[in-house]
Design a binder for this molecule. Structure first.
Ligand code: SAM
Length: 292
């Protein structure tokens, strides 16, 4: 039997035991749970942050929401209040009893116990009817980029993504040209989405407490994407441009037709000595279209 006053001590103890037995806030009296570091399990302690995340998502009627990693269901419960349907992917089958209990009576929620990265999500969505598709999640940080990349590449037709991610990663995703954080992932995401940092979340809001702070970001599908002639070439070009961050475009893109690249750069009063971090999405698109 544990009492409220014991919670901090238990959290501290569990932290010392590094992810061993932990008892989680709201349902601590019923659930003993072994947190698994390998699954990036840092659960939100209370309902304040899940409510704020759902508010930021501004979910419309007639929507299907995908949640990756429901954990103990803190965010899922809030999503079920506003979405028509919620479909969750949870890799850890040992959460099944907890989720059954926490989500009891929420008829619009379905949990699939599987690895999101290996799942044919498009197939899962076939049986649903909806107008808007959202992805809302507190992501497992060890696979943030693979998850976002997969969301894009599986061509699910996602309208909006609202996810909590590590602060440093949010800085990279939302970076502006000319900054240290700006990289190929920034250009890739900005091609598809308008990105916005919504709010910061302290590491103290999680159990166990991670070593980093977090940020909730939103990615809104672009109403009009820039027109790219050859997407494969475009993404390869962007990747190659950033291969060695301190090197110039001339050095990173030796294998490409430098005359064609220079012609575009000159239009922007730049030359081949520029670095990739100084080039906007628009310039990358123009270069790629000039190449093929
Ligand atoms: N949503 C919960 C919350 O906010 O309290 C838990 C978030 S926790 C950061 C990440 C969750 O993702 C964990 O429940 C973990 O087991 C799950 N997870 C990790 N890798 C996964 C994968 N490849 N597919 C599906 N779920 C995964």
């Amino acid at each position: 039997m544990y009492f409220d006053g014991d919670i901090d001590y238990l959290f501290f103890l569990a932290f010392l035991l590094s992810y061993d037995i932990l008892i989680i806030g709201g349902f601590m009296k019923e659930n003993y749970f072994h947190f698994k570091k390998k699954f990036g399990q840092n659960f939100l302690k209370d309902q304040t942050i899940p409510r704020k995340i759902v508010e930021a998502a501004n979910i419309q009627n007639d929507s299907l929401v995908i949640e990756i990693g429901p954990g103990a269901g803190a965010l899922t419960k809030e999503l079920s209040k506003v979405a028509k349907q919620v479909i969750c992917y949870e890799i850890d089958t040992s959460l099944e009893d907890i989720l059954d209990r926490e989500l009891l009576g929420l008829d619009n929620v379905r949990v699939i116990y599987d690895d999101f990265l290996k799942r044919d999500v498009k197939q899962d969505l076939c049986s649903y009817e909806y107008h808007y598709l959202y992805v809302v999640a507190n992501l497992p940080y060890y696979i943030t980029t693979p998850i976002i990349t997969r969301l894009i590449e599986s061509d699910l037709g996602v309208d909006k993504v609202v996810v909590m991610i590590q602060k440093e990663v949010a800085d990279r995703f939302c970076a502006k040209p000319g900054t240290r954080e700006y990289g190929s992932i920034t250009v890739f995401l900005n091609y598809y989405f308008d990105l916005k940092k919504e709010f910061l979340v302290s590491r103290n809001c999680f159990v166990p407490k991670p070593n980093v702070d977090s940020v909730v970001i939103s990615l809104n599908k672009k109403k009009e994407q820039l027109s790219v002639n050859n997407k494969e070439l475009f993404f390869q070009l962007v990747k190659d441009s950033f291969r060695f961050k301190r090197k110039t475009i001339r050095n990173n893109l030796k294998g490409y037709c430098l005359e064609k690249i220079e012609a575009v750069l000159n239009e922007y009063h730049l030359d081949l000595n520029v670095r990739a971090e100084d080039l906007s999405l628009e310039i990358f698109v123009r270069i790629s279209n000039n190449l093929g």
